[in-house]
Design a protein around this ligand. Structure first.
Ligand SMILES: C[S@@+](CC[C@H](N)C(=O)[O-])C[C@H]1O[C@@H](n2cnc3c(N)ncnc32)[C@H](O)[C@@H]1O
Length: 201
């Protein structure tokens, strides 16, 4: 059981590739809801951390259209390959790139480059929420939007767990100096907790 949990945390090898396919088939409602919170517009540049199989990257790319772009950063080599394969046309066209990187260290991105940034179900694995939010905030342009979401998946996870995550995410967003911080619960069971925030203009 522990080894499966480890695979969701950071997929590796053949088992990791299978876990990636499972993640790609589940979580449609969660992904659509979280990506909708970003209010993406055509032409925008988007950063996704912990993209897993790249399904939500695909959703974000559809919203920013042919003039927009997405950079993904994930700590798993297997997920980099799956996401790049899933979004092969966008990668080939120079609209998407998927890099291996670890938010616990430093994201391989410059300061102030992205209109929007998001992370779904990986902030619970970051060694420091504060550091992770600082890194994502650093990548945003002034006024850029951030959404970080967690759906608790531990056995027996409840709406109360989601509410606690919403509070913790909002605290980390405020600690990173982000503005207009709001937390909400999404339409899944248990609810997905999401925090929305904005870098100061
Ligand atoms: C449970 S999966 C979620 C994948 C996808 N976002 C989804 O919702 O289906 C967690 C992902 O976060 C990545 N990850 C975990 N820790 C990370 C870190 N410190 N930096 C970057 N990515 C990380 C893992 O490699 C994995 O692809």
């Amino acid at each position: 059981m522990k080894s499966i949990y480890r695979q969701f945390r950071r997929p590796t090898g053949v088992l990791g590739a299978i876990v990636g396919r499972v993640m790609a088939r589940r979580n449609r409602v969660r992904g659509e809801w979280v990506v909708s919170l970003l209010d993406l517009a055509p032409g925008e540049r988007v950063l996704e951390v912990g993209f897993g199989p790249g399904v939500d990257a695909e959703r974000a790319l559809a919203r920013v259209g042919p003039a927009g772009s997405l950079l993904g950063v994930d700590a798993s080599t297997v997920m980099v390959h799956q996401a790049a394969h899933r979004n092969a046309a966008a990668v080939k066209g120079g609209r998407a790139a998927f890099l291996e990187g670890d938010i616990d260290a430093q994201l391989p991105v410059g300061d102030g480059e992205y209109d929007a940034a998001f992370a779904i179900n990986n902030a619970q694995f970051w060694s420091s929420l504060d550091h992770g939010f600082e890194e994502m905030a650093r990548a945003l342009k002034p006024g850029g939007r951030l959404v970080v979401a967690i759906q608790p998946r531990n056995p027996g996870a409840s709406a109360a767990d989601s509410e606690r995550w919403a509070e913790r995410l909002a605290e980390a967003a405020r600690a990173a100096g982000l503005r207009d911080v709001s937390a909400e619960l999404g339409p899944t069971a248990p609810p997905v907790a999401a925090v929305r925030a904005r870098r100061a203009a």
